[in-house]
Write a protein that binds this ligand. Structure first.
Ligand SMILES: [Zn+2]
Length: 241
């Protein structure tokens, strides 16, 4: 049976002499692992389809739960993401969320579009740290772990001292937090408040210092590590930026 779907190549692994396994994030079927035969041969016509971040119409042959790459029409290569190391690790941090924290075969059209929009903004030169922060806030929300930066999750208060609580899993005031929490600065709170629902194409209109963005990414990164697992690309990005 054949399956045609729009998809983004999140991760690729070399296999055998000239094959690859491509982890696709597809619009219609979520994550799918695809065997691409002969794709690493010098003259392979579909070489591009096995490049990380390739976005295209992928045509796959399905046998049971196995998928083979038949053909691909490229819609966008996102090639320039590989020309800047900060952009590259930003894109990797985004891909790692889907690759490591979502289930195979579960489609989420909204998250798919957000992933695509985030990669587009990286290519367009929007501050990569702003893009990643916006993406992560949307991602945790899509997975049912939304953070509300507007008020304490228990009493509804917002004061100068707020905390990201890992035991209770939210933003809490000093009276309601547990010991398993970190202080979040008012600047991080207001940056996250502003960004969380902002459309990706508006991100270029906001300017935050990299220092503030790194603080916010560090906090949200810790929350992600507690809720899912450590995002290694994000750690690398914070180290580089
Ligand atoms: Zn409270």
């Amino acid at each position: 049976m054949d399956l045609i779907t729009k998809a983004i190549a999140l991760k690729t692994t070399d296999y055998g002499e000239s094959d690859k396994f491509i982890l696709l994030y597809s619009l219609d079927h979520g994550k799918i692992s695809v065997h691409a035969k002969g794709i690493r041969k010098a003259k392979a016509k579909l070489k591009f389809a096995g490049d990380t971040f390739c976005f295209g119409n992928y045509e796959l042959a399905q046998t049971g739960d196995r998928y083979m790459l038949k053909t691909c029409e490229q819609l966008e290569s996102f090639y320039t993401l590989r020309e800047d190391i900060v952009c590259y690790y930003s894109a990797c941090a985004i891909a790692e969320c889907i690759a490591n924290y979502t289930e195979e075969g579960q489609s989420d059209p909204v998250l798919f579009v957000e992933t695509l929009r985030a990669l587009e903004q990286l290519v367009l030169g929007t501050n990569p740290l702003t893009v990643v922060l916006r993406y992560l806030l949307g991602f945790v929300k899509s997975q049912g772990f939304a953070l509300d930066f507007k008020r304490c999750a228990e009493c509804g208060e917002l004061n100068k001292k707020m905390f990201l609580d890992f035991a209770k899993g939210g933003i809490l005031c000093d009276s309601h937090r547990t010991l398993d929490s970190i202080a979040v600065t008012p600047r991080v709170i207001s940056a996250c408040n502003l960004l969380e629902d902002m459309p990706f194409d508006k991100l270029k209109t906001v300017t935050f210092s990299n220092e503030l963005l790194k603080d916010a990414l560090g906090d949200v990164g810790q929350y992600i590590a507690h809720s899912f697992s450590q995002n290694k690309s994000l750690a690398e990005l914070l180290h580089l930026a």
